[in-house]
Design a protein around this ligand. Structure first.
Ligand code: 8OZ
Length: 366
């Protein structure tokens, strides 16, 4: 039996990957509480998963303002850069590759998580019917204030600086998080963007900040080391758009024009059903992009093998399976059983449910 193409090497932009199995970005809320600094436990967790073709880190805030949940890591302080350096060194020592996911939450935050207890910022002052975790429990997100037109250049610069910081921290590249209802997604969709300046109204205007972020990030990184993630049909975090095919078609064209290495899509509802709404067409969206396509959402081994074999995807990102299976690639190679993830330890805590899932070899020795 020959190995499935899923397990074969791929050159994606400037990335040389030994296989097409990607560790999806996974929020785990285990950075240091006050400083949001990654530490040795996080390095161990990522290094355990180094046989992935590519690791995408958990979403990482580019500024204090970009933070929306307790205990998520940042990439805006010297200490955070140092913490991430421990992570990248540990992954590289195990022969892996790791990119940092650049995150600004926009309105998905709470005043208690913002500098000086201020209101979160967003394209428009429209509260999301959504919840965040403030360190004690789930709270309704706060009503944001709309960014002034002349503040947007500063937000774009925050992406540029975070991209620089990611280089300094030793990453192999970066992924721009434009999915799941965070700030770039908020600008893209008409349910959260009612601006009447050059960043709102027409689709071209709603895509403008994204283009500027791509320019800023590719000033710092070769475009072949940059990817982007969208969730065109997901309603998570109270997202709505009247014309998702047109909106995301334009956003994906912008990513293609920027020469990015890969397009990463959440297919269907984030962490939920893979169904698409009427008129939703992944192939049509994908056709707008010249680089590689990374598929995500609810994939298992067989679905992924078929997706790569049929040409639907070049890469497949796995979330929950990677929480519970550090050696997912080896398990796929042997078509072995997978450990089941424990939802109770997804967010927050220590080593339990984080670095203590056994490899196949460890299970068999036990
Ligand atoms: C789950 C919990 C908190 C944040 C995303 C960064 O949806 C997240 C996230 C997921 O992209």
């Amino acid at each position: 039996m020959t190995a499935p193409k899923l397990l074969s090497p791929a050159t994606i932009g400037e990335f040389d990957l030994p296989n097409r199995v990607v560790m999806a970005p996974l929020t785990r809320n285990r950075a240091r509480p006050d400083s949001n600094v990654p530490h040795a436990l996080n390095a161990e967790y990522y290094a355990q998963r180094a046989s992935a073709g590519l690791i995408i880190t958990e979403a990482t805030q580019i500024t204090p303002e970009g933070k929306g949940y307790a205990w998520t890591p940042g990439i805006h302080s010297a200490e955070q850069i140092g913490g991430w350096r421990q992570v990248t060194d540990a992954v590289h020592a195990q022969g892996g590759r790791i990119v940092l996911q650049l995150w600004h939450v926009g309105r998905i935050s709470h005043t208690s998580l913002q500098p000086d207890g201020q209101a979160p910022v967003a394209p428009s002052a429209i509260a999301a019917d959504a919840h965040t975790f403030d360190g004690e429990g789930f709270v309704q997100t706060s009503t944001p204030r709309a960014l002034a037109t002349d503040e947007i250049a500063r937000v774009v610069d925050d992406y540029r600086q975070a991209a620089r910081n990611a280089r300094q921290a030793g990453f192999d590249g970066v992924e721009v998080h434009a999915a799941n209802g965070y700030v770039l997604d908020q600008f893209l969709r008409d349910g959260s963007n009612t601006r009447d300046d050059r960043y709102g109204g027409s689709i071209e205007n709603r895509v403008r900040i994204l283009r500027e972020v791509f320019e800023a990030v590719t000033d710092v990184w070769p475009a072949g080391r940059v990817g982007v993630r969208f969730s065109p049909f997901a309603g998570f975090n109270d997202m709505h758009d009247r014309t998702p095919m047109q909106t995301f078609g334009a956003a994906i064209s912008a990513a293609s024009a920027a020469g990015l290495a890969y397009l990463h899509l959440v297919e269907g509802q984030t962490g939920g059903p893979r169904d698409l709404p009427e008129g939703g067409d992944l192939d049509a969206l994908r056709a707008r992009f010249d680089g590689a396509y990374m598929a995500n959402n609810g994939y298992d081994r067989q679905l992924a093998v078929d997706a790569v074999e049929s040409g639907h995807a070049d890469l497949v990102a796995f979330g929950r399976p990677y929480i519970a299976n550090p050696d997912l690639v080896e398990r796929f190679a042997r078509n072995a059983e997978l450990n089941a993830p424990d939802q109770a330890t997804f967010y927050g805590g220590g080593a339990e449910g984080y670095t203590d899932y056994p490899t196949l070899a460890e299970s068999q020795a036990a």
